[in-house]
Write a protein that binds this ligand. Structure first.
Ligand code: SAH
Length: 351
């Protein structure tokens, strides 16, 4: 699809026409990545953050956040639980926390790799090339870093530089690729000042960056952030809504543009529709979910946006819930690490 075709789908409001889009996405999902839904156990191990991203509740100036950093032993308890539950991957996520040092993280990665067969995904923000190199050498397999928007002006507005270093997530994504990580990125939908046109460009960027993993979710305003205090111009016909249907359109179009990618049905989407958001995401292109392993006493403080789904649940609750949801729509829980199938694309092209 080209830019104008993408734009037409993004602006489509007819439910019968949209059924066609959902069908195409579901078919592409089935043909390229199959019926397995891969489980990635999410461990939100620190909510310290040095940055001032305009959308995120964890930004350094937010005095209202109770900060925590889990110990290595606490993280390992979650990791072992992931293995017990049969997950193939753990995702280690945090704010951009420089109290979490290069060596501490490398030790943790080595410990996970020596004690379990799990794939390790990192989501630690815009860390230095040296850090990313050290962690790859320690055995990390994948890295998630959303670029959030492909519109350069909007990007700069919501990602202030840090310590004189310009925020440039796209160049970090390229470094990650060179270092041999599987690379994941994505965007938020409905950011104030974003346009339909931007979303179409986001989708073309996903394709051009040849991402292995792509997460898209609604922007959810946090009252203690610069952006959360901004009034959205709902009158503008350029501004996409941050509603459920808009998210499904982006999930579906992402699948069509990047058929081999691993695409999660996100917690932010579940936050918009607790009853069946996860399932509808999976039925309209997604093939991954990320059950939360963070101990409940910490997860309440990982408030990137308010009213996050599943905030009071335990790891066991999330585990059971995800399994039931997957089976309720006739899919199956994936086995193994659920590695990227993107390179199969190349093999296929050569056949
Ligand atoms: N520090 C890491 C992890 C951030 S949390 C990083 O910067 O990559 C992971 C994702 O949560 C972010 O990439 C962003 O897309 C999402 N997020 C943050 N604030 C949000 C908000 N207000 N609404 C919706 N999603 C948000």
């Amino acid at each position: 699809m080209n830019h104008s075709e993408l734009l037409a789908w993004l602006r489509e409001t007819d439910d019968d026409r949209l059924e066609i889009l959902w069908g195409k996405a579901d078919q592409a999902r089935r043909e390229h990545v199959g019926d397995a839904v891969h489980l990635r156990g999410l461990i939100e191990f620190s909510n310290y953050c040095a940055r001032r991203c305009a959308y995120c509740g964890l930004h350094v100036d937010n005095q209202g956040v109770t900060r925590y950093r889990m110990s290595m032993d606490e993280v390992m308890v979650c990791v072992r639980l992931a293995h017990e539950f049969g997950y193939g991957t753990v995702v280690l996520q945090s704010g951009e926390d420089y109290g979490m040092t290069t060596d501490w993280m490398a030790d943790l990665i080595r410990r996970i790799k020596s004690e379990t067969p799990l794939a390790v995904t990192l989501s630690l923000g815009e860390r230095s090339h040296e850090d990313l190199t050290a962690w790859r050498e320690a055995g990390a397999d994948r890295y998630l870093l959303r670029f959030e928007t492909s519109n350069p002006d909007l990007y700069r507005k919501i990602h202030p530089d840090l310590g004189g270093r310009i925020s440039d997530r796209i160049s970090i994504l390229n470094c990650l690729r060179e270092l041999g990580y599987e690379v994941g990125s994505g965007v938020m939908i409905g950011i104030p000042g974003q346009t339909y046109d931007d979303l179409a460009t986001d989708l073309l960027c996903f394709r051009d960056l040849e991402l292995d993993m792509i997460g898209v979710g609604p922007y959810i305003p946090h009252p203690d952030t610069v952006l959360g205090r901004q009034v959205i111009d709902t009158e503008s016909d350029q501004q996409p809504p941050r509603d459920e249907r808009m998210v499904y359109k982006m999930v579906a179009l992402t699948r069509i543009m990047c058929p081999w990618a691993n695409i999660p049905s996100t917690t932010a989407l579940a936050t918009l529709n607790l009853v069946e958001g996860r399932e509808l995401g999976l039925m309209r292109g997604a093939n991954v979910v990320m059950p939360n392993l963070t101990p409940p006493e910490y997860r309440v403080f990982y408030e990137i946006y308010p009213s996050k789904a599943c905030i009071r649940e335990t790891a066991k609750d999330c585990h059971g819930c995800m399994g039931r949801r997957i089976e309720s729509i006739g899919r199956r829980v994936g086995t193994g690490r659920g590695d990227s199938r993107r390179m199969k694309n190349t093999v296929f092209a050569q056949d």
